[in-house]
Design a binder for this molecule. Structure first.
Ligand SMILES: C[S@@+](CC[C@H](N)C(=O)[O-])C[C@H]1O[C@@H](n2cnc3c(N)ncnc32)[C@H](O)[C@@H]1O
Length: 467
């Protein structure tokens, strides 16, 4: 599976690994060879940095130990090593760079619910409990490896809850997210806009004592929203415009409309988060009343926003602009050769019903789900036909990634081969086989173990394809 090929036209991504002559890069299971090599070597830091620096001045985060993490740490380092000041600002896996704490150290201190170490759920990543988010830390390292910055565009054509865009925005590179589900397009837009909220102003104007009437407003809105069934087509509308339309034509008029749009949106997201908690935690020992969830989430969101505001100020971070469009990964609204890198994760085969997953959210907003079922990858068709349609869609989406990528740009696709009808799917292998047919000049599959398990999945892959 860990197949690599390279047409020899240009230097490959893994040249720096290959240069280490003690590693047999032609071995079939390259990851195990690498793993054995690292165990022998014992000191991952030397492997990553070479012997160029005083190792006492560099330190990985204490929980960085998986092989894929070390590989990514080396990859991000190789791209950015000429400028250690920049590396300190951008690294995902280093705690200490040249004797100074990295920015990720401070950023991952902006704590969120469900956070594990420095890997995930920090900043606004944890806002809204969407199933299937990938880890921000890993995405940051991939963006670093791709070498995107400033006006370069990082694209996520299966954006989900916006993890890629949050990371791109915080390291200071432009990004575009495409998502077929209107509810998720607005959730992600709000998560990104929340990074820019001036917390002191927000907290001065919205008090805990205002919460009962705000909660009541959103609860009463349900009926109002459902009277206006929303059949939004995915026509590449901007999520910002969808939010404006939502407030103008779907929510009832009230005191809440006097708040700035960003605050209203944030309160809506807190309500949607509470709705999700209330739906999923019913009957468990974490059950609470809907209003209580709303109150708790408000106070936890506030803590995150306060801490993000202070941290960004301290580090002088101004999140870079991003664009979220309600569209399809199979028909990207982007020019040929226009993006520097793609970082994405399509639905893992037909295993998860993304409409059912977020039905409470879609129903609340009054969004018609029939169209979604017809357009969502992995949900189209019946029984056996479903897998075939999934395969066609994934192939088409990889072709689209190729089309919009700039020459030498990388697409990083995170995907797991889940079990469907008792059989393990093999779409990772298929993508690796399609890659040269589509035109990619290099491809590499990096294995990533999954702790916790989804659909009997013990590991997934990050597929790196270079145009
Ligand atoms: C695995 S999730 C992505 C999760 C994301 N990486 C995150 O961190 O939140 C896949 C997403 O693809 C979306 N999707 C499905 N079909 C799509 C299509 N045709 N075009 C764009 N997005 C689509 C689904 O709605 C879902 O949100």
């Amino acid at each position: 599976m860990d197949r690599k090929y390279n047409h020899g036209k240009k230097a490959s991504l893994f040249d720096f690994i290959k240069k280490d002559s003690s590693i047999d890069t032609s071995a079939k299971d390259f990851n195990s060879v690498l793993s054995m090599h690292l165990e022998r070597e014992i000191d991952p830091l030397s492997w990553i940095l070479g012997h160029n620096f005083n190792k006492r001045h560099f330190e990985l985060f204490e929980d960085v130990g998986q092989i894929y993490e070390l590989q990514l740490a080396k990859m991000e380092y190789e791209t950015l090593k000429e400028n250690l000041e920049l590396f300190k600002k951008r690294t995902a896996y280093f705690k200490l760079v040249n004797g100074e704490k990295s920015y990720h150290y401070f950023i991952s201190m902006v704590k969120g619910k469900g956070q594990i170490g420095h890997t995930n759920q920090y900043l606004t990543h944890w806002f809204y409990p969407y199933k299937g988010k990938f880890h921000g830390q890993m995405i940051k390292a991939i963006i670093n490896f791709i070498g995107a910055s400033g006006e370069d565009i990082i694209l996520d054509p299966f954006m989900g809850s916006g993890t890629t865009l949050i990371e791109a925005s915080v390291v200071g590179t432009k990004s575009v997210g495409i998502e077929i589900n209107p509810a998720l397009s607005i959730v992600s837009q709000i998560k990104l806009d929340s990074l820019k909220i001036n917390y002191p102003e927000f907290s001065e104007n919205i008090k805990v004592s205002d919460l009962p009437r705000i909660f009541k407003y959103f609860r009463d809105a349900r009926e109002y929203l459902n009277e206006r069934k929303w059949e939004i087509e995915a026509n590449n509308q901007n999520a910002k415009d969808i939010l404006i339309e939502l407030w103008e034509n779907h929510f009832q008029n009230s005191f809440i409309k006097d708040y700035p749009l960003e605050w209203r949106n944030l309160l809506l997201l807190i309500y949607l988060h509470a709705l999700s908690d209330y739906t999923y935690l019913k009957g468990t020992n974490k059950e609470r009343s809907f209003e209580e969830f709303f109150r708790i989430n408000f106070s936890e969101y506030s803590m995150t926003l306060n801490s993000a505001y202070k941290t960004f100020k301290q580090l002088n971070i101004i999140p870079k602009e991003c664009t979220i469009l309600l569209g399809s990964a199979m028909n990207l609204p982007l020019e040929n050769n226009s993006v520097k890198g793609v970082v994405t994760s399509p639905p893992y085969s037909i295993a998860l019903d993304y409409v059912r997953n977020d039905l409470h959210l879609l129903n609340y907003l009054g969004i018609d789900t029939r169209r979604l079922r017809k357009e969502m990858v992995g949900l189209k068709g019946k029984k056996m036909e479903k897998l075939r349609m999934y395969e066609e869609d994934i192939r088409k989406s990889v072709e689209e990634m190729y089309r919009v990528l700039r020459k030498e740009g990388w697409a990083a696709i995170v995907l797991g081969d889940v079990v469907v009808n008792g059989k393990r799917t093999d779409f990772c292998k298929k993508i690796m086989e399609w890659a040269p047919e589509i035109g990619f000049v290099d491809a590499y599959a990096m294995k990533r173990p999954i702790l916790g398990g989804f659909a009997r999945l013990r590991y997934e892959y990050v597929l790196f394809l270079q145009k």
